[in-house]
Design a protein around this ligand. Structure first.
Ligand code: FAD
Ligand code: MLT
Ligand code: ZN
Length: 461
């Protein structure tokens, strides 16, 4: 249900101005552009005000005020989310958490750090690196994505097969409930069975249960020696068999990524990136290893055992490694140049992954012959990104057909981006009525007034 977006009741606005200060309450719509539209341009909302609190106490006072006045709130971090969950599509107040960017001292012995929810992934990588450590999650939106948003979406990313996703990194949390109460458990004890793990519950809750204000995060050893290989195949079957073999045989493997010749063409032409091979190959697998010692020989030996490799480019030099990564990471940006894409992000069981790749274009074409389908993803996780262009932003028919196809093959309709508003009507494909009832009970317990992202994740009744 929408709430009027024109203006807030005067007493509520006065109170919010008192709490965060005039310069951090943005009511001028000219200043809202970067907050109300998502990264793809598919989701565009409106808000009476962007509120930018500077600390946990201010977040608490803002939420208490909004809840008491019946004003709904959309929390937002870096606004790089891809499922329409972080923009105010129904006239919500936009609560930007980017100013919560304090970074605590790295506890080198414990390999942990406490950071504010608004700290960007790039900033966290830099802090960890400077302490001789690393953070286990990485993704292409690193310059803008915040750790609060990444926890709220339970982001996966490029290194999930080695370190797990965001949920696996969260050792403690601080958050604010919609009535303004602060809950916190930031000790970071590795063994701590004192009841429910509320921090990990918030991972994947997409701003519907509480606003995350700080996180205690696991760090991992920094591995300075890297090598990247781009391997070309002519069939998806040989590429997926190779990915599974590398995952099994390579101790130091950090990423195994997948893309296809049409996506490669798009990236090289639209972003002006050089082609990696003289010939055109159907399937590309990018492998990265990282270790304390140069892992090039280990990778070369493993690649030598693979069947079906028709071309390869290997480098352990920073520039060429980045150029190979650009071919994969550039997909998001290149596809966006074709107009707002429909972005589906699914996981298939390993046994059905090749069949899905063969069939999904046909599923989309049967619904809309004019639609174009782009596939890429995280090969070793079974996570394929299905992007569809040439379809109107509000035309859900191809999305629904793909998600039903995924569910029929035993897959997940959301691998790593979340449900947001984009997939809430389809949640029942993966979750039973009983599970959704428990989701609703949790929402009712933590946010009984339905202040926080009321139109996100949970299906309309
Ligand atoms: P936002 O977009 O601001 O918000 C996302 C959701 O979290 C919203 O529902 C919002 O309400 C909620 N939220 C935000 N902050 C808080 C908070 N402090 N407390 C409570 N709720 C909050 N995702 C992957 O998983 N893997 C990838 O490899 C990946 N690559 C990407 C590459 C590009 C180029 C882009 C544009 C996006 C990519 N993403 C990827 C998606 C996106 O970066 C992630 O979903 C990321 O976790 C979002 O973080 P954010 O800070 O931008 O969150
Ligand atoms: C990726 O793996 O590149 C991201 O999840 C972003 C996207 O799906 O476009
Ligand atoms: Zn991804």
């Amino acid at each position: 249900m929408d709430q009027p977006s024109g203006s807030l009741p005067a007493d509520v606005l006065d109170r919010l101005l008192d709490i965060v200060g005039t310069q951090h309450v943005l009511t001028d719509h000219e200043l809202h552009r970067g907050y109300i539209q998502d990264w793809t341009g598919r989701y565009v909302g409106r808000t009476p005000a962007v509120i930018r609190p500077g600390d946990t106490a201010e977040v608490a006072a803002v939420l208490a005020t909004c809840t008491a006045a019946g004003v709904r709130v959309t929390p937002q971090g870096g606004n790089t989310g891809l499922v329409g969950g972080g923009v105010p599509l129904h006239g919500e107040v936009l609560l930007s958490l980017r100013r919560l960017n304090a970074v605590g001292n790295v506890d080198v012995a414990a390999q942990q750090v406490t950071v504010g929810a608004g700290v960007t992934l790039s900033a966290l990588h830099e802090v960890a690196r400077a302490a001789g450590l690393a953070f286990g999650v990485d993704l292409g939106a690193r310059a803008s994505a915040t750790v609060g948003g990444m926890a709220a979406t339970n982001a996966g990313g490029l290194h999930l097969l080695r370190y797990g996703g965001m949920r696996e990194q969260v050792l403690g949390y601080e958050a604010v409930l919609s009535d303004g109460r602060v809950i916190s458990h930031l000790d970071g004890l590795l063994k701590d069975n004192t009841g429910y793990d509320l921090g990990r519950l918030l991972c994947g809750s997409e701003g519907t249960l509480a606003v995350i204000t700080a996180l205690r995060l696991r760090l991992v050893p920094r591995l300075d020696h890297k090598v990247v290989a781009l391997l070309a195949f002519e069939t998806i079957e040989s590429a997926l068999t190779a990915a599974a073999t590398l995952r099994r045989d390579l101790g130091d493997v950090e990423a195994i990524e997948l893309f296809f010749h049409d996506g490669l063409d798009l990236v090289t032409t639209t972003l002006g990136v050089p082609r990696p091979f003289a010939a055109d190959h159907r399937v590309l697998v990018l492998v990265e290893c990282a270790a304390r010692r140069d892992p090039t020989d280990e990778l070369a030996e493993a690649v030598g055992t693979l069947d079906g490799v028709v071309d390869a480019a290997v480098s352990s030099e920073p520039g060429p490694m980045a150029a190979l990564w650009r071919l994969r990471e550039g997909h998001t940006e290149a596809i966006n140049t074709l107009g707002p894409p429909h972005k589906l992000d699914v996981t298939l069981p390993a046994a059905n992954l090749a069949a899905f790749v063969h069939s999904v274009r046909g599923v989309i074409a049967a619904v809309d012959p004019a639609a174009r389908t782009w596939l890429f993803g995280h090969a070793a996780d079974g996570n394929i990104h299905v992007n569809i262009t040439g379809v109107a932003p509000d035309d859900e028919r191809t999305d629904e057909a793909v998600l039903r196809h995924v569910a029929a093959l035993g897959g997940s309709i959301s691998a790593e981006h979340g449900i947001g508003t984009a997939k809430r009507a389809m949640l029942h494909l993966n979750r039973s009525d009983a599970e959704i009832a428990v989701f609703r009970a949790l929402k009712g317990a933590l946010d009984p007034a339905h202040t926080l992202n009321p139109e996100v994740l949970l299906p309309v009744r």
